[in-house]
Design a binder for this molecule. Structure first.
Ligand code: BG6
Length: 488
């Protein structure tokens, strides 16, 4: 969705957690990319806010400059932009009145000097336990309202179970209306994820086959080759289900499975996604596999197991892999299993949606068989590393009378349209233009926790799997039970 550059209003973008990793790697580069693309030609200011550790405006500008250089920018405008548009406000971070009184005064001072109309976006790039403190601080000091628009952007994770998600929603709703809230799931900013709706609903040939009569099963794989790295402090006790399945994979699943919305707008799309979540059958624990990576080899390099990573407590049972079979009880998807899996330290970085079509009713072509089974047509939608899709269909092999060959009819985004924008560029632009389509509604969060929370009672053991493979063999079994196999 390319927005016309002039559509972004003058605004102050208040970045909580401004000296953190997310700001450095993603948010500052995304804002700068928007200026480069001409979307922020109007007056705009980034006001970095972080816990006081001696940084001041000057050092924040150098920090941001370095972040932008690290992200590959070497624009001659870089210095000018940092000096003209970046400001910094240290806070104590304990929710005390002084923090928010001075923050308010600072915002008003900037707006007055620059003759800005009072549009404000607050981005919470802070640890989850700090969300309520900041939201409450903003609300109590009247920063939830302004002469222009006020928007609140919250990073995941949104709660760690149903109760905490409800509590957080209640805190947010005490001060902000749902129309002001932008819950980020960065998977929704990926071009191929957005394209799912266009691909399905703008193409008669696709949508007419997108149902239980034509489709045998759906697989969604989000595989990472990286391990937990330096993030054990956050990750341990959280695990793959909370970190990836409850949000990213579930969002992708709802877009694959939803009905056509009444209009291409946030309300209609979110309604359809919520309907999918409500139609998913209560998950049976026997249809779920948890795993934890052990040592192994990836790309010729030996890597340590999870328990030997820095800051992982001895004997941790945190799952770094989860696979599940889900069932959607509605007219479109009855009896079509949805297999989802995600894990760290797998063989490669790969995110794919695989639609496997039913086998044809005739089998007189011998070479349709593979390992004694008929090869199905498959649609492979790749989100990472190379966004695009391929429909694998049979053609006649020219050398023989009856031999068939599977060939891909494929499309790669980059070949057709050049390099794609980072998801955060897309999502920030949507926040600044007030488009909530790609953001998660409170109800979606709660429905998703309702679904997954029962799996988090500690009764599912994480079985070890060797790094560099595709997870525990139990996950293969899950799909083999239905005479299928994961596509690799
Ligand atoms: C984040 C998770 O939300 O998504 C990380 O917290 C994970 O653990 C990351 O590595 C994956 O994102 P992407 O875009 O690289 O697939």
């Amino acid at each position: 969705m390319t927005k016309a550059p002039e559509t972004v209003d003058p605004h102050v973008f208040v970045l909580f957690g401004a000296t953190g990793d997310l700001c450095r790697r993603k948010l500052l580069p995304a804002v700068f990319r928007l200026t480069q693309k001409g979307h922020l030609r109007n007056r705009h200011v980034v006001l970095g806010v972080a816990r006081d550790d001696g940084m001041d405006e000057r050092s924040f500008r150098s920090f941001a400059r370095q972040a932008l250089e690290d992200a590959g920018f070497s624009d001659s405008e870089l210095d000018t932009w940092c000096d003209a548009c970046l400001f910094y406000q240290p806070i104590q971070g304990d929710g005390g009145d002084d923090d928010y009184t001075s923050l308010k005064a600072r915002i008003e001072e900037i707006e007055a000097k620059r003759e800005m109309p009072g549009n404000r976006a607050y981005y919470l790039a802070v640890p989850p336990k700090v969300f309520p403190i900041v939201i409450d601080g903003l609300g109590r000091h009247g920063l939830n309202e302004s002469p222009g628009w006020t928007r609140l952007i919250i990073e995941k994770p949104f709660g760690h179970d149903l109760e905490s998600a409800k509590k957080l929603n209640a805190t947010v709703h005490e001060w902000f209306s749902e129309e002001q809230i932008y819950r980020i799931d960065h998977y929704l900013g990926k071009e191929t994820v957005q394209n799912l709706l266009v691909f399905r609903f703008a193409n008669q040939v696709i949508e007419s086959q997108w149902n239980r009569s034509a489709i045998e099963n759906v697989q969604i794989t989000v595989a990472e080759d990286i391990g937990v790295g330096t993030r054990a402090g956050y990750y341990d006790g959280v695990g793959a289900l909370r970190d990836m399945l409850q949000n990213h994979l579930t969002q992708v699943l709802t877009l694959v499975a939803m009905e056509v919305p009444a209009a291409y707008d946030a309300r209609s799309i979110r309604n359809e996604k919520i309907k999918v979540l409500r139609s998913i059958r209560k998950i049976d624990k026997s249809e779920v596999v948890f795993g934890q990576y052990a040592a192994g080899e990836i790309g010729g390099k030996q890597v340590a197991g999870y328990l030997d990573e820095d800051n992982v407590p001895d004997g941790s049972r945190t799952e770094t892999f989860v696979a599940a079979r889900l069932h959607i009880d509605n007219w479109r998807w009855q009896d079509v299993p949805f297999y989802v899996r995600t894990g760290k330290r797998l063989a490669e970085r790969l995110t794919e949606i695989i639609i496997t079509f039913r086998k044809p009713p005739v089998q007189f072509f011998k070479s349709m068989e593979l390992d004694g089974d008929v090869r199905r047509d498959q649609l492979v939608i790749t989100l990472q590393p190379d966004e695009g899709f391929a429909l694998h269909v049979d053609v006649k092999h020219p050398a023989t009378d009856q031999d068939l060959a599977k060939v891909p009819l494929s499309f790669r985004y980059e070949e057709a349209f050049g390099k794609l924008a980072d998801a955060y560029v897309t999502l920030l632009l949507d926040v600044l233009t007030g488009d909530q389509t790609l953001f998660v509604h409170a109800e979606e969060v709660e429905e998703s926790w309702t679904l997954f929370e029962p799996l988090l009672d500690g009764t599912i053991e994480a079985v070890p799997y060797a790094s560099g493979g595709w997870g525990p063999t139990e996950s293969e079994k899950l799909i083999e039970d239905d005479a299928g196999r994961w596509r690799v």
